[in-house]
Design a protein around this ligand. Structure first.
Ligand SMILES: Cc1cc2nc3c(=O)[nH]c(=O)nc-3n(C[C@H](O)[C@H](O)[C@H](O)COP(=O)(O)OP(=O)(O)OC[C@H]3O[C@@H](n4cnc5c(N)ncnc54)[C@H](O)[C@@H]3O)c2cc1C
Length: 379
């Protein structure tokens, strides 16, 4: 299946070449086994200048489209969604700064981000604020011109890596309506008062996800992104870009799961036959590829709408829902095709399977995506 024009095909091939020649599946597997942030892989992306892709040209970027970006996310997720997450989480916040940042913030953060000197993480979730993300309790308390941040955040991916600036959602006005009293602050991860701990999660072992204790952290007014109370529109904007990126990533990872399972089905001999010769296995593979193709079409449709400037919130939720459930399903089938060998890290399938299990939770659960889609349906 290829709906891409010549330039897009060349772009996809270029990303693929980087994955094969400079990053590779063994590197990604080892980062997962050792729970190591993929600094070397991130650096390889920086060297290509691909952190500039989405940033507008007048800010030193390439001014690429969301479609180009989706193809990049698909390609980088090939050997594991977790690896691409390191790159993706950084770009969502960089784009928030492009849209909502002051000139001073753009000057301070965009060029160092594009050079790979700083990265970003997004910290929305809290112990009591999951799907109901706006029920944020972490406070920003006015202190003269500045603020004191106090509370606890949860699941902040990539926040324990080197040189990270965390975009943190906080409640700045407890008297305002739930979504109107929120703001976002840009907080470097070495700020005194932050205690960031990596969590021993089943998936996302390399990029890592964290809990953050926020103990009277001093934040200057200049660290606020946007205006007071603008937190929710910033987060909504953030999540839309996140959903297109992760959906493309799930497709990239799911395609690799199908390719690996197909190859294994040809290599594995039982009852003097390749297991591919058993119809039940062939049909499983046929269903797997069909679902991946369907997921890819949904992602490309949403990306295309984004490029055209159309409202794509319903379509991106469909892409997120279907691509994540596809990754989960094809990796579960992949595990079955691999038999016992799928349980070993060398198969990579168990890692893809773990990524699949987190894909229907992070970035808004499948239940929340269905709620968004249903809300958009009219008789
Ligand atoms: C590996 C990983 C990385 C993450 N990275 C980040 C990150 O970088 N930054 C960040 O801010 N957050 C991050 N998250 C958090 C993620 O966004 C939340 O886990 C997610 O939004 C769900 O929240 P929850 O886990 O608290 O589940 P809950 O909201 O408690 O949901 C529990 C169950 O109830 C269902 N449910 C809840 N509300 C409804 C409803 N209205 N209708 C129907 N069903 C409902 C859910 O679908 C789910 O099945 C990450 C999570 C994981 C697992």
């Amino acid at each position: 299946m290829n709906f891409l024009n010549h330039e897009q095909t060349l772009w996809k091939d270029q990303v693929d070449r980087l994955m094969e020649r400079e990053i590779g599946r063994e590197y990604i597997r080892n980062c997962d086994i050792n729970r190591e942030y993929p600094y070397k892989g991130y650096e390889a992306i920086v060297k290509q200048d691909w952190l500039r892709l989405l940033i507008p040209e007048d800010h030193g970027g390439m001014g690429g489209t969301i479609f180009d970006y989706a193809l990049l996310c698909e390609g980088l997720s090939k050997y594991g969604f977790d690896f691409a997450t390191a790159f993706m989480v950084s770009t969502f916040t960089a784009m928030n700064i492009v849209k909502f940042g002051t000139d001073e913030q753009k000057e301070k953060y965009l060029e160092p981000f594009m050079r790979g000197e700083i990265r970003f993480s997004i910290s929305i979730s809290e112990p009591q604020a999951g799907s109901d993300a706006a029920s944020t309790r972490t406070r920003a308390i006015a202190d003269g011109e500045n603020y004191i941040l106090r509370g606890q955040k949860l699941w902040c991916s990539g926040a324990a890596a080197k040189n990270v600036v965390i975009a943190m959602l906080v409640r700045s006005d407890p008297a305002a309506k739930k979504r109107e009293g929120l703001s976002v602050f840009l907080v470097p991860n070495d700020t005194p008062g932050l205690d960031i701990r990596r969590l021993p999660t089943m998936a996302r072992r390399a990029t890592g996800t964290t809990e953050i204790f926020v103990d009277d952290v001093k934040a200057e007014r200049s660290q606020m992104l946007g205006t007071p109370g603008q937190g929710w529109p910033i987060i909504t904007d953030h999540l839309e870009l996140e959903r297109i990126a992760v959906s493309a990533g799930y497709v990239g990872n799911a395609q690799q799961a199908v390719d690996d399972a197909l190859r294994y089905a040809h290599e594995r001999i039982q009852f003097e036959k390749q297991i591919f010769d058993f119809q039940v296995i062939r049909h499983m593979l046929a269903d797997m590829q069909t679902k991946v193709d369907a997921a890819r079409l949904l992602v490309y449709r949403a990306a295309d709408m984004a490029v055209r400037g159309e409202n794509y919130s319903r379509e991106v939720s469909m892409a997120k829902l279907f691509a994540s459930e596809t990754l989960q399903e094809v990796t579960r089938c992949g595990m079955q095709i691999y038999g016992g060998h799928g349980m070993l890290p060398e198969s990579d399938m168990e890692r893809y399977f773990r990524e699949g299990m987190q894909s229907t939770i992070g970035g808004g659960t499948s239940q929340i995506q269905r709620a968004i889609i249903a809300k958009s349906m009219r008789i």
